[in-house]
Design a protein around this ligand. Sequence first.
Ligand SMILES: *Cc1c(COP(=O)(O)O)cnc(C)c1O
Length: 474
Amino acid sequence: MKTIFEKDTNTDGITFIDEEISVDFINEKFLRDTSCNLPNVSELEVLRHYKELSDRNFCIEKGFYPLGSCTMKYNPKVNELLSSLDEFTNLHPGQADDDCQGALELMYKLQEALKKITGMDAITLQPAAGAHGELTGMMIIKKYFEVKGEHRKKVIVPDSAHGTNPASAALCGFEIVSVKSNDKGQVDVEDLKSIIDSDVAAIMMTNPNTLGIFEENVLEISKIMHENGSLLYYDGANFNAIMGYTNPKLMGFDVVHLNLHKTFATPHGGGGPGAGPVGVVDNLKDFLPVPVVDFDGRKYYRKYDLQHSIGNVRDFYGSFGVLIKAYAYILMMGENLKDASENAVLNANYLKEKLKKYYQLPYDLPCMHEFVLSGEDLKHKYGISTLNIAKALMDENTHPPTVYFPLIVHEAMMIEPTESETKARMDEFVDVMVKIYNEAVKNPENLISAPHNTPVKRVDETLAARHPDLSFNE
Ligand SMILES: *Cc1c(COP(=O)(O)O)cnc(C)c1O
């Protein structure tokens, strides 16, 4: 035995404790020479510390959160309760099928529900996020052509696409070819025709797209792609706009990902965990990651023998706790999933009509679940950028919209209220946006120095990326 902490009093007057522990089994080089400065504080002080930290955070329970493309809808609290049941949390992922029939049944039934909702023929629950679903989908597409003996090198991505689309395809070794948007904010079919050749493996599309606009020509596009022997990938991040009204199968897609943490109300933000299940049409079934969960009429089991499987893309079976919450949400909603989409679209159109009197609306069409404004006019006339508007919103207990995306709209503000918001809350948001607009016109200095009330003001947004400091030293 060796005493490793000496009695010590630091300048804050916090007393440290005498400790004696056995250190015989710890390598000498890991032992500290000095006290480790553990504060001896009361439970109340600890609670105050963590409460203060949590108060600095913004969340949907605190205010309006119109972060476009992220679908920050209400996450029902009962789902937290269900996913923390001992019967789920005490399971070990290595347990035999016979010992975890309930968990396997839940996964199987979630797969079945997602098949029905998307129209796809088979689902994997493994991917941990939307981007991971994209990567999984593109790996499937790559292997599909390899097995066919075709070496197609290109993937087409619209210029309005989310950055993860080209990134996922590039990670799989594909060359990215960009297709232009037309004046209605949709894929330009003529441009697509001029790009397509026998080297194209797939197109990745989001529908409604990142402008919140439904791609009217999707059936024609799917015909063009399939006649070329190419596949269609559906980025399902915007699925909240169409649930129960249509599905990617009807639109002609072959591979689909969903973001359970967007559309299916599992918590989102702060880095996860998320879940990005991938669905495929019948002829791609055998390429899914293993295991998939199956049912033989008597019991549920993990199935590993898929002929062309791309392998395992995540340890064990994906974010199981997240899957529980999404399944509970789907059961709770039932047929009303359709109403969720209807209200999400109605809310977005309401806000769009109110706000377009103040901010530019570059694509003035009926929108789906979100729409994109431009702050270009304000910038040119008064020197107020979209970034200034976003920062000013933080002072108003409102999360900023997604800004500077999609890239084809200058000074973009992408607004998605979701179905969770009441008209009263949306009217408050309109009032705040009008107030900021008036301030931009009359008192722009105040916006340039915003935010004034947040714990962190403006940060250098590129420093961490350019000069990352990954050490643990203070
Ligand atoms: C959110 C999003 C993604 C990526 O999903 P993650 O779950 O964040 O990885 C991809 N495409 C679009 C259009 C998105 O909005």
